[in-house]
Design a binder for this molecule. Structure first.
Ligand code: ATP
Length: 285
């Protein structure tokens, strides 16, 4: 049978250009093809083909490179529920004693909806940020609490159990793939693994375009601002750092327009603040 036409089936109102993701076209496509394409098959096709949806995916790479952003945007595209994001260290510390229960609770909404609606349930995405912080401690915690072990075991049990549910995707994120237990990367677990790199120069330019979009639309970005040049100058910056650069340039521009009086009163005209190249250069240093 013919492969479904992805463009026709995915929400036609959703375009990659509008997603606010800079420089990750290849990664986005790869993630979509490998982990999500089966989710847009017509009902029944996946059973016909005798395959199963991907239930777990690992996104790895430096911090602040857009891993969470990609996961969120693909979720939106598929009308998934707002993802549940949990943070590794938080699970370990905050929920000592109840961490296993906490993991179970994460899956509860999806399980309930699946019981009621079966395959017409919406997709539930569960994101484990800083996944390595849980797993690197497995079996190596000297404090004898075994919290990390329990969390890992509970998560594995849950992920293996997800086989019976078609409405869950667990996404793990890490800066240190090398610390992730091999047992987790097996088929049926975090089986799709995609690296998210720091943006290259072209990617940095795209991200700067995205982060200055509002400013450009409102005439608040000075003509002399050369985003190509800034992309050159910001080697090794992550998306998050580029966002930070735009923020500091803006606050630098704002600060020049205001005076803070001796009793803290602020005066000045902020009606025509323009962020110039000098503000960016200042923020870079
Ligand atoms: P961490 O590993 O620290 O959790 P992450 O890779 O999940 O980070 P995000 O949370 O997705 O990173 O991004 C952090 C911030 O930087 C967000 O505000 C996001 O919009 C911005 N950002 C990062 N990368 C990109 C990108 N490629 N395009 C647009 N914005 C980006």
């Amino acid at each position: 049978s013919k492969r479904p036409n992805v463009d026709a089936i995915i929400r036609p109102d959703f375009k990659f250009e509008d997603m606010g993701i800079g420089g990750l076209d290849k990664e986005f496509t790869s993630i979509f093809r490998r982990a999500f394409a089966s989710r847009i098959f017509p009902p029944g096709l996946i059973e016909k083909l005798g395959i199963q949806h991907v239930k777990g995916m690992l996104l790895y790479g430096p911090p602040g490179t857009g891993k969470t952003l990609i996961a969120r945007q693909i979720g939106k595209m598929l009308n998934a529920r707002e993802p549940k994001i949990v943070n590794g260290p938080e699970i370990l510390s905050k929920y000592v004693g109840s961490s296993e229960e906490n993991i179970r609770n994460l899956f509860k909404d999806a399980e309930t909806e699946y019981k009621q609606k079966g395959d017409s349930s919406s997709l539930h995405i569960i994101i484990f940020d800083e996944l390595d912080s849980i797993f690197k401690q497995r079996g190596s915690r000297g404090d004898g609490t075994g919290v990390a072990d329990n969390v890992v075991n509970q998560l594995l049990a849950k992920m293996d159990g997800v086989d019976q549910l078609n409405n869950i995707l667990v996404i793990g994120m890490t800066n240190r793939k090398d610390l992730i237990d091999e047992a987790l990367l097996r088929p049926g677990r975090f089986e799709v693994q995609v690296e998210i790199h720091l943006p290259d120069e072209d990617g940095r330019h795209q991200i700067l375009m995205i982060k200055t979009k509002k400013m450009r639309e409102n005439g608040a970005l000075a003509e002399d601002v050369d985003l190509y040049k800034l992309a050159k100058l910001s080697k090794n910056f992550s998306g998050a750092e580029l966002e930070g650069l735009v923020k500091s340039a803006t606050s630098f521009a704002l600060s020049r327009h205001i005076k803070v009086g001796t009793v803290g009163q602020i005066t000045g005209d902020l009606s025509n603040v323009v962020v110039g190249m000098d503000c960016f250069v200042n923020a870079l240093n």
